[in-house]
Design a protein around this ligand. Structure first.
Ligand code: AMP
Length: 238
């Protein structure tokens, strides 16, 4: 979906008087659509999209020591140890392209990680003023497993498809770059169920955590990509 220049302009005008660093984090169960929406939002706002799942998969592909540890957890649908993810996130958020803000997708995933993120941010930001929002994608669980098992992604450009809801023009081939699509190893039914368990135990408590801090925005994530996008923009522009 392309992003309209008109709505982009509106957003930029609103933000011109506001020079605060923008930190947006996204919460929601596996396959709630936040990967697609956060990638679009990153392009729209010109901020980096920092996705811990992809960062960890890159470590696994490079066969680094961190990647080897991460793999044993990811393959079971469990969370990778807090310190390992924190060190990856801290390095990434310290990079120059994150100085005006970032969109964080898949981190934090537990209250412990949220506390850790506060420490990381205060180390990096010093006295910089920050506009922090936590955006929660609210979606009925029943459709999520079916979304997961039908999900395919491009190993080259990262575009995400769904063989039922967002098919490619040529079966199995990325529309953007022509690479053969792959299915993530942890996108099968058994591991998907474990990932939901982990989500409900570890990550869902963050909804109240951020609500209590007064920074939570909830979006109804049911509907088409375009419908959810409009709702997301409304919340971002609030
Ligand atoms: P995702 O691509 O966001 O669905 O993440 C895939 C897997 O990577 C998860 O099931 C976890 O095993 C691991 N992972 C991603 N982000 C985190 C995180 N913030 N903390 C711990 N493990 C994570």
């Amino acid at each position: 979906m392309s992003i309209s220049t008109e709505s982009k302009k509106t957003y930029i005008n609103v933000e011109k008087s506001d020079v605060m660093k923008k930190e947006l984090i996204f919460l929601g169960p596996p396959a709630c659509g936040k990967g697609t929406q956060t990638a679009m939002l990153a392009e729209y706002l010109g901020l980096p999209h920092v996705d811990t799942g992809s960062l960890l998969r890159a470590e696994i592909k490079k066969e680094t020591p961190n990647g080897k540890v991460a793999k044993s957890y990811i393959d079971k649908g469990n969370l990778v140890p807090v310190e390992l993810v924190a060190s990856i996130i801290k390095d990434r958020l310290s990079e120059d392209d994150c100085k005006d803000g970032y969109i964080l997708d898949g981190y934090p995933r537990s209250v412990e990680q949220a506390d850790m993120l506060d420490v990381i941010n205060s180390d990096i930001n010093g006295a910089t003023k920050v506009d922090f929002k936590a955006i929660y994608f609210d979606l009925n669980q029943d459709i999520l497993i079916s979304r997961i098992v039908n999900r395919r992604s491009c190993p080259n450009c990262g575009e995400i498809y769904n063989i039922k809801f967002k098919p490619t023009k040529v079966e199995g081939i990325c529309d953007k770059c022509g690479t053969a699509l792959v299915q993530r190893k942890d996108d099968n039914e058994e591991i998907a169920k474990a990932r939901f368990e982990t989500y409900f135990h570890e990550t869902a408590p963050l909804i109240d955590y951020y609500k209590n801090k007064g920074v939570l925005k909830t979006i109804d994530a049911e509907g088409s990509i375009e419908q959810v996008w409009e709702r997301l923009l409304a919340v971002i522009n609030e």
